[in-house]
Design a protein around this ligand. Structure first.
Ligand SMILES: [Ca+2]
Length: 92
């Protein structure tokens, strides 16, 4: 099973190589344009990063659990940005 570090590294590669900035990535994966990334949208982000099937589902759940400060089971831009900022800085 892919470790959290490997998953985050794949997400980092996707964000830095496929998008000019994290906000564009956020908007791209926010398919229903409600300004939030739900589990399904996050899963498609993970799939684009090369994380498939069962793992993408588990990882999406974990990411929401860890990052969703407002407890609405979705990530808003500030929650997403905070995660991306620390990811790009290489923080744990
Ligand atoms: Ca959305």
């Amino acid at each position: 099973m892919a470790s959290k570090k490997q998953i985050l590294n794949k997400v980092k590669i996707l964000l830095t190589q496929s998008f000019d900035d994290p906000e564009k990535a956020f908007k791209f994966f926010d398919k229903n344009e409600d300004g939030l990334l739900n589990k399904k949208e996050l899963k498609s982000l993970l799939k684009s990063a090369g994380i498939n099937g069962f793992i993408s589902s588990v990882a999406a759940k974990q990411m929401i659990k860890g990052l969703d400060k407002s407890k609405d089971k979705k990530l808003d831009w500030s929650e997403f940005k905070k995660a991306v900022d620390s990811l790009l800085k290489g923080d744990k």
